[in-house]
Structure formats: structure tokens, C-alpha cells
Design a protein around this ligand. Structure first.
Ligand code: SAM
Length: 280
């Protein structure tokens, strides 16, 4: 039984890093004329009301998109991200936030495809309504980690897989590594972007060790923390582990992560990590 609802967390500091990574990776794929396929294994409902009860409960977006919304002189990739979010808001007031499916949809060309997986019975209905009979989008009410293997390699032979689990079960940390290995066996040239939270650092250390040991090359880690590691504050940091990142991504992250750590960090506790988990 799944209980996680991303509506409580939409637009928080973790979404900022995740969605900038998604946008930068898709922009890179768009640079070439050839079509690509984007797969989102944990799509969520597609969009979020930041003026709705769920988002307002803890107002996590206040320390994410809301801090960037009215700010001038943003770094380029942050400005691009904010401009995509602004397209969903009809006025200057921030009330809507697109999830990864609607962000990716904005970056699709006619020839590109988007495949979305979602398991939650309520979220899948919302997501299906959002896909809105767009011929480029396929929505699957299925387990994204196992079912997405059937789509690999995509016939375009170019693409990105976003893996954004809710980590409701501790076993998810192990399962994502096994899935990455299986995905990479089928489609070794694809880009894979795995999101992770930092709640208990030892779990992340285990995850990083498993990725380093799994034999996959060309893996980068990008992490943004808003507080020093602690067991008392829930999620204090989050990151993206990217296999076959666009060659431009690390340089971009070097520009924006110090800036984001400064702007979104609590009481000067913001920090970032950029690490090569496996060389090319
Ligand atoms: N990617 C979304 C975004 O950026 O807007 C947020 C996704 S949220 C973190 C994770 C979602 O995965 C939840 O909606 C949850 O219901 C769904 N989920 C959990 N386990 C799943 C699985 N095995 N396959 C597909 N969806 C799953």
C-alpha cells in the first residue's frame, strides 16, 4: 500500500535540484536533431497546487521554488528552470508547480517520446488526465522499476531515464541499484538520473558504495544540502546520481550548486557535493 504523496513536498529544495538536472539533460538531448525517449519511472500526478491543503501543510516550497521565484540575477540554468515554472502560473503569484512529467512534456519536440510510470491509484488518474491524449506520451499504471525494462533500449537509441522513488521502504535503496544494473545492461548509452534523499547518511554511503562497485562507468553525483547531516530534521540534503551525464552537466553544477547552497541553506549550513563515483 503506497501512502507517499508528492503534493506535500512539491517545489521544495530537492525538486529544485532534481528538476534542473532533468531540464539540463533534456536540453542536451534536444541539441541534436535525432529523436529521444524520456522515461520517468516514478512520475507522480503531473502537477501540484501550491495553494492547496497538501502543499500548505508544511510549505516546503517556501524553501525551494518560492525563494527563486522573484529573485533577479539567477544563474542561467536556474533562470531557465524558473521560466519553465512561470509558464504554469498565469500571474506573478506562485500557485502552480509542474511535476517531472509536465516539465519533460514542455521540452519534447514532435518526434520525441515520454513514457510515464505511476503505481498509486489516485496519482495515476490525475497523471492520465494530464497526459491529455498527447500522442507523444504513454502512461503506464505499473511498477516503474520493473516494467520500464521492457522499454529498453528505446528504438530511438537516445534517451534519459529519470528514477525518482519515494524511498518508503529501506529496500528501495538496494532495489534501485539492481534496477540500474539491469537497465544499463539493456541500454548502456542511455542517461540515467537517480534521485536520493539524505535522511540517515549511512544509507547514502551504502548506496554510493554499491554504485561504485557495480561496474557501471561514467557516474557523477550532485548533492545539495540545506542543513548539516542530522537524524533529527528529516531530509537535510538530496542529490542526483547521473550515469552518462551530458558532458556539460558537471560544469553547470559547479556553477549553480554553491549558489543554491547559499540561497537555500539554513543559517549558513548549506553545502554541496560534486563527486565522480566512476570514471569514463
Ligand atoms: N517524479 C515526480 C516529480 O518530480 O514531480 C515525483 C514522484 S514522487 C517522489 C514518487 C512517486 O512514485 C509517487 O507518486 C509514488 O506513488 C510513485 N511510486 C512509488 N513506487 C512506485 C513504483 N514502484 N513504480 C511507479 N511509481 C511508484
Amino acid at each position: 500500500m503506497l501512502s507517499y504523496r508528492h503534493s506535500f513536498h512539491a517545489g521544495n529544495f530537492a525538486d529544485v535540484l532534481k528538476h534542473i538536472t532533468l531540464i539540463q539533460s533534456l536540453e542536451y538531448l534536444r541539441n541534436k536533431d535525432k529523436p529521444f525517449c524520456c522515461i520517468d519511472t516514478h512520475a507522480g500526478p503531473g502537477k501540484y497546487a501550491l495553494d492547496g491543503d497538501y502543499a500548505l501543510k508544511n510549505r516546503e516550497f517556501d524553501n525551494g521554488i518560492a525563494k527563486l521565484w522573484q529573485r533577479n540575477e539567477l544563474p542561467d540554468s536556474v533562470a531557465h528552470y524558473v521560466s519553465l515554472i512561470k509558464r504554469f502560473n498565469s500571474s506573478d503569484t506562485l500557485t502552480r508547480y509542474p511535476g517531472s512529467p509536465l516539465i519533460a512534456k514542455q521540452l519534447l519536440r514532435d518526434k520525441d517520446r515520454l513514457c510515464l510510470f505511476e503505481l498509486h491509484n489516485t496519482e495515476i488518474k490525475l497523471l492520465t488526465a494530464e497526459a491529455n491524449k498527447d500522442k507523444r506520451i504513454n502512461v503506464f499504471h505499473a511498477d516503474g522499476l520493473t516494467s520500464c525494462l521492457k522499454l529498453l533500449p528505446p528504438f530511438e537509441r537516445r534517451g534519459l531515464v529519470l528514477i525518482d522513488p519515494s524511498y518508503e521502504m529501506k529496500s528501495d535503496y538496494q532495489q534501485v541499484v539492481e534496477t540500474l544494473i539491469a537497465m544499463h545492461k539493456r541500454f548502456a548509452t542511455g542517461t540515467y538520473a537517480l534521485w536520493y534523499p539524505v535522511i540517515e547518511r549511512s544509507r547514502n554511503q551504502k548506496l554510493e558504495r554499491a554504485i561504485k562497485a557495480c561496474g557501471i562507468n561514467n557516474v557523477q553525483l550532485f548533492e545539495l544540502g540545506i542543513r548539516a547531516d542530522s537524524d533529527e530534521h528529516g531530509m537535510t540534503a538530496s542529490g542526483m546520481i547521473v550515469i552518462n551525464p551530458p558532458w556539460t552537466l558537471t560544469a553547470e553544477m559547479k556553477q549553480i550548486l554553491p549558489w543554491l547552497a547559499d540561497v537555500l541553506g539554513h543559517n549558513d549550513e548549506g553545502f554541496y557535493r560534486i563527486q565522480t563515483l566512476a570514471g569514463e
